[in-house]
Design a protein around this ligand. Sequence first.
Ligand code: HEC
Length: 118
Amino acid sequence: MRLLLCLTLLLLILGSCVQHQSERPQTNTQSVCDSTNYSYSADVAPIFALHCNSCHTAPNGADGFNTDNYADVSADIKALLEAMKEKGGRALMPPNSKLPDSVIHIIECWNYKGAQNN
Ligand code: HEC
């Protein structure tokens, strides 16, 4: 009887571990982005237009960054993402108002898939 109880408990504990594993949110960019395809013109450019272009329009964007065209965005994507995430010692952009993670995620996945002019 005692053995049965122990075995049942063990199974319950193991079971909850397995379930926990599969429910864990995916934080890895690779696995999260594999199922999504974002386009520069339809998804990425509108985000920069709405949140960045007012200060970062070529040829004289603030601090030398232009977010209103593909060539500049793709060349500077690392710095742009760092600023959006306040990483790499960069000032947070837009200034003082971090974009929602879900919005930043669109740009990260577009970049992960090769930052194409699509
Ligand atoms: C209200 C104007 C304004 C908006 C909107 C804005 N920026 Fe900026 N940005 C600036 C100014 C001014 C600087 C230079 C001064 C500073 O670093 O704060 C700057 C600097 C930067 C830098 C360099 C930061 C560093 O520390 O190296 C990057 C990269 C950048 N912006 C990207 C962006 C992106 C991406 C967005 C939109 C998500 C954005 N900015 C929105 C005004 C703006």
